[in-house]
Design a protein around this ligand. Structure first.
Ligand code: TYM
Length: 332
């Protein structure tokens, strides 16, 4: 049976990459398939968090899912830490995940930086928790941006290792769903770096709560090159910032990159950036207004998260019991 599962870390600054790479796919998928959407707060604490900010960011992330079009009545939304099975299954899976596999994870290498001795264990075992998130529900399809591809391959490998070890086809191997046209939205300041919540420059990203003036300003300041916009897609390979802005234009207009290039060919960046700002503001303004409205109704968000927790827990219980039975642990 198909089940779509995905999640975002509640670390603030949800941006165009999160929206176009992940959430927008979710909105389409929920029309066709059962879905579960998680606010992955246990992942967020792999780096230091301020407790008050974390609490607020959990609400903000849930509000963003809803404001972008996720219907919580149809697709449960919940906080990862409220379903104990995530952490429990992560432990069990960590006993089936060879260190050699974890040592290959590029995100750990990037996040741990030079001083690996000081990196915490949770940051290292993060991909095992992510595998547990997915396998806890036997989720089949995982809509994410390209940066999560390696983690999803690991989730498949761990599921396969478990199945082989116990000679049972217990876990379903999850399939990543990565939209080629929005797989990797890049920083507005540097076309070689992905747009990220943790980039120290606010000008590197447009967030889903930016107002119209801020969006316009950030786009005006976005890095470009001195040439007019190109006539062909092939020319974009050498012009990464132009490619990123045209990718954003194509995503918001819902046209192909080739059509976006044709529409803007020969324009100056000044003219193009103004057009892009108009398109983006038209699309994002209702979302940011709705996020703000929802954040004013914490009681509603609490109800959504509680109902989500119940739905997710119910589904997780069966899978977790199945795992325990296979291993030889007592079941409830
Ligand atoms: P996170 O919180 O870093 O990002 C959330 C989602 O946004 C996508 N994304 C991007 N897509 C395109 N361009 C970008 N610049 C960009 N930046 C982020 C991410 O690929 C992701 O889909 N480990 C995950 C969260 C997670 C998860 C899971 C996802 C935990 N457990 C289980 C799916 C299934 C993460 O840190 O995403």
């Amino acid at each position: 049976m198909t089940l779509v599962f995905s999640g975002i870390q509640p670390t603030g600054n949800l941006h165009l990459g999160n929206y176009l790479g992940a959430i927008r796919q979710w909105v389409t998928l929920q029309q066709q398939y059962p879905c579960l959407f998680c606010v992955v707060d246990l992942h967020a604490i792999t780096v230091p968090q301020d407790p008050a900010a974390l609490r607020q960011h959990i609400y903000e992330t849930a509000a963003t899912y809803i404001a972008c079009g996720i219907n919580p009545e149809k697709s449960p939304i919940y906080a990862q830490s409220t379903v104990a099975g995530h952490a429990e299954l992560a432990w069990i899976l960590s006993c089936h995940a060879p260190l050699g596999w974890l040592n290959r994870m590029t995100q750990f290498k990037e996040k741990a930086g030079k001083d690996k001795e000081k990196a915490v264990l949770g940051l290292y075992s993060y991909p095992v928790l992510m595998a547990a998130d997915i396998l806890l529900f036997q989720a089949t399809h995982i809509p994410v941006g390209e940066d999560q591809k390696q983690h999803l391959e690991l989730a498949r490998d761990i599921a396969g290792a478990f199945n082989r070890h116990y000679a049972q086809e217990f876990f379903t191997l999850p399939e990543p769903l990565i939209l080629p046209q929005a797989a990797r939205i890049m920083s507005l300041r540097d076309g070689t770096k992905k747009m990220s919540k943790s980039d120290p420059s606010d000008y590197s990203r447009i967030t889903l709560t930016d107002d119209a003036d801020t969006i316009r300003l950030k786009l005006r300041k976005a890095k470009t090159d001195p040439l007019p916009l190109p006539e062909t897609v092939a020319e974009l390979e050498e012009r990464l910032e132009a490619k990123n802005l045209l990718t954003l234009y194509a995503a918001f207009k819902e046209v192909t990159l080739a059509d976006a290039v044709t529409a803007q060919a020969g324009n100056t960046f000044a003219v193009f950036k103004d057009t892009l700002a108009d398109v983006m503001i038209e699309h994002l303004a209702p979302i940011s207004t709705e996020i703000k409205r929802l954040l004013g109704d914490v009681a509603f968000l609490d109800t959504v998260l509680q109902k989500g927790q119940q739905a997710a827990s119910a589904r997780a219980a069966g899978v977790l019991n199945g795992v325990k039975e296979i291993i030889g642990l007592p079941t409830l």
